[in-house]
Ligand binder design. Structure first.
Ligand code: CAA
Length: 378
């Protein structure tokens, strides 16, 4: 694939590749069995990659959205779970980058760049796809502090995050425009980490329920201004969806490489299965899909890097890449035959991991609503 990456981007890509091969890929099975690997995440932080796209004045490397997409793409070739944890941390901390006051940026962005983990709380038990229907409330008390009551579900990085960006209703009469965003440190009194989700895949990223029991936040915990929470969340998800597309590429490429090695090694009817046309055609279709997936992902990242709104490109990339990723992982399992169905081989884990990419950060059905609404000039 011909991508016009800069010298700096190529250097970063090679560095992530090396880190992924040496450190990340060997830990993915362990994470599937044991959950989030904090020690590995800490090693990732020492590379400086967690701050790659934050401005230099906040301790970052000052790179653009194409570069951060390269980081997520390369990491996910070793572990989709780890890449997802970083993706969500960036979705949440970028909300401060794009909407925070100068004081909030000065306080939180250096922490994000150095690798403190952020989480983003929008989804609730009764409000997933219909995100504007959240029930968590934030009410101002006599001292001007905010008091939050309610809860969140399916929050990636919860339980391991240092900071949460939480959405709550501050004015129910205004619908989506009555939702506000708050910055919440993990030690805040009233923040309760609940049930850990036993997920089918992506088990190396932590997912819990949260509840808020009269959780008091100071006035400066409000991000941007009252009523901006829904737009902040939607803009954040536009960026996150590019990362999910990149994870889909990386995970599918990982499955493809393992299937290729297996197909060249496994003999049936006197020759490697890679020499059978039935198998070759599978690789032809997968390789074609992978090229299209990479182009859509980096196209969306380029649009984001140019500073333009990228809602459509991000939704299209996520829809296409996540759907194709699941199909590629299934096809790679099929190429492995019975071995593919065994936990001794990695590909069954990739099938389980892939399905989340079609659900998290906007289901394929929601993305079709976003794309359809946009192209038909809603
Ligand atoms: N950028 C900026 N503004 C946006 C926007 C975007 N991408 N999308 C919507 N808005 C604005 C609209 O312009 C509108 O503002 P105005 O009234 O001023 O024009 C306002 O937000 C409301 O928009 P809609 O009328 O389109 O809102 P809606 O209620 O019809 O919902 C939706 C739209 C696209 C379906 C939205 O609800 C949605 O994206 N749902 C899916 C949510 C989702 O992806 N959840 C996953 C979260 S990830 C998670 O929680 C788990 C995790 O950690 C991974």
């Amino acid at each position: 694939m011909l991508m016009r990456f800069t010298e700096e981007q190529l250097m970063i890509r090679d560095m992530v590749r090396e880190f992924t091969e040496k450190e990340v890929a060997p830990r993915d099975k362990w994470m599937d069995e044991n959950g989030f690997d904090r020690a590995l995440y800490d090693r990732l932080c020492t590379t400086g990659l967690t701050g790659v796209h934050f401005p230099e004045e906040y301790g970052g490397a000052g790179c653009d959205a194409v570069t951060s997409t390269i980081v997520i793409h390369e990491l996910s070739k070793g572990s989709a779970s780890l890449a997802l944890a970083l993706d969500i941390s960036w979705v949440a901390s970028d909300m401060i980058l794009h909407h925070g006051t100068q004081t909030q940026k000065d306080k939180y962005l250096p922490l994000a760049a150095e690798g403190k983990i952020f989480a983003f709380g929008l989804t609730e038990a009764s409000a997933g796809s219909d995100a504007a229907r959240i029930q968590t409330t934030a009410v101002k008390d006599a001292d001007g502090w905010w008091v939050l009551n309610g809860g969140k579900s399916w929050i990636t990085n919860s339980g391991v995050a240092d900071y949460y960006i939480l959405m709550a209703i501050t004015d129910r009469s205004k619908g989506a425009k009555g939702i506000s965003a708050f910055i919440v440190p993990k030690e805040t009194e009233g923040l309760i980490i609940g049930k850990h989700e036993e997920k089918m895949g992506m088990r190396g990223s932590s997912t819990c329920e949260l509840s808020f029991d009269a959780m008091r936040l100071p006035p400066d915990a409000l991000l941007s201004s009252e009523g901006m929470g829904f737009k902040i969340a939607m803009q954040g998800l536009d960026g996150g969806r590019i990362s999910v597309a990149a994870i889909s590429c990386g995970l599918a490429e990982h499955a493809f490489e393992l299937a290729k090695a297996y197909a060249n090694e496994r003999i049936t009817f006197g020759k490697p299965i890679a020499k059978h046309q039935a198998i070759q055609f599978k690789f032809a279709d997968m390789a074609t899909d992978l090229t299209a997936m990479q182009m859509m992902t980096y196209n969306a990242a380029e649009v984001k890097a140019s500073g333009k709104r990228h809602t459509l490109e991000a939704a299209e990339a996520k829809l296409f890449c996540s759907t194709r990723c699941t199909q590629i992982c299934l096809e790679c399992l099929q190429i492995h035959g019975g071995n593919g169905y065994s936990k001794e081989f990695d590909v069954e884990r990739f099938v389980r991991d892939s399905k989340l990419l079609e659900i998290g950060e906007g289901t394929s059905e929601i993305l079709r609503m976003v794309i359809g609404g946009t192209v038909l000039g809603k």
